[in-house]
Ligand binder design. Structure first.
Ligand code: SER
Length: 320
């Protein structure tokens, strides 16, 4: 039986992934964890949840033993923008948390570890269009540095210890349940909330900024598909490119205007522009498609319709 620990279950992805995993593996078999932030009521009430910091190896080990965990998904991370404000914190959480996860999994002879990477692993020098699976990885953010190191470490544990480690390079993730925190791609979420609440948005990157993005249902699907993929079919392990959509901020605003014609967007680029400019426009995900059947479902307009519907409901209920 699979016993899965999701580290970082209060975050944007974790809060939704835990609920989906519980549907598949059973409520009691998916343990959520977080450092301090309280999880959503749904996560807290539908199954086990533990408060601890994965940077503290002993705490991680105790929880894994308590629940006889055999699979860890490590989503805890300090993202790109916050990482530039506090690079040492990003190093600590992203690297020490990760190495603890890998070491505990190795020592307990776990079945599987899933450690996400990110488009932040790319940098200047990576081809801008359709960034290949194998390419130049010279990121300029601390977040990116830790993600490249994480990919290399994951592959190292596969080769050296035969531990089953998998990972995928998430693009910017767009969702309406839990807000992202401290990423460069956060504008692509904030724009929908502001469109519903105020019919205008002041964007912190230029209108021609074009980045790889993905809607949450596809993100959950990619994560679970990779988690369940046949290990023998994988040639890559910790670094799969996963594509879905790619759009400029101007195109995103146009998509919103189809529903809210009076929506206005202004631009005031800040330090996050440089980060965005260091990442490619989109990615080549042939390896993910060939090795584990990756296929996204949403495009920009389908996502916009769904985002506006859900955020609209929250607004009507006075929740935002
Ligand atoms: N969403 C992330 C960030 O902006 C990229 O993976 O940092």
């Amino acid at each position: 039986m699979d016993k899965i620990l999701v580290v970082g279950a209060t975050g944007q992805i974790g809060s939704e992934l835990v609920l989906e995993l519980r549907k598949i593996y059973g409520n009691e078999n998916v343990i959520g964890s977080g450092r301090k932030t309280a999880p959503s009521k749904e996560v807290m009430e539908s199954g086990p949840f533990e408060f601890f910091d994965a940077v503290n190896r002993q705490d991680l080990e105790e929880v894994c033993k308590k629940y006889e965990i055999n699979t860890i998904i490590n989503l805890a991370a300090i993202l790109s923008a916050n990482g530039e404000k506090n690079p040492m914190l990003a190093w600590d959480v992203n690297m020490n948390g990760l190495i603890n996860v890998l070491e505990v999994a190795r020592e307990m002879e776990m079945k599987r570890v899933l450690i996400p990477s990110s488009i932040a692993a790319f940098g200047p020098g990576t081809p801008l269009d359709c960034a290949p699976q194998e390419t130049v990885l010279r990121p300029t953010t601390m977040y990116g540095v830790t993600k490249v190191a994480g990919e290399l470490l994951g592959d190292y544990y596969v080769r050296k210890y035969g531990l089953d480690v998998r990972g995928l390079r998430y693009p910017g993730i767009i969702s309406h349940e839990t807000l992202p925190g401290g990423g460069t791609t956060d504008y692509a979420v904030a724009i929908y909330y502001e469109a519903i609440k105020n019919k205008k948005y002041n964007c912190f990157v230029r209108e021609d900024t074009r980045l790889p993005m993905m809607y949450m249902p596809d993100c959950i699907k990619a994560t679970i598909d990779l988690l369940q993929a046949d290990f023998d079919k994988l040639k890559h392990h910790s670094d799969f490119n996963v594509g879905s959509m790619s759009f400029s901020v101007a195109e995103l605003a146009e998509s919103i205007k189809k529903h809210i014609p009076e929506f206005e967007i202004t631009y005031e680029p800040d330090y996050r522009q440089e980060i965005a400019d260091s990442w490619p426009n989109d990615v080549d995900d042939t390896a993910a498609r060939e090795e584990w059947g990756w296929e996204p479902s949403y495009d920009l307009d389908a996502m916009t319709a769904d985002m506006l519907k859900h955020i609209g409901i929250k607004h009507e209920k006075g929740l935002i």
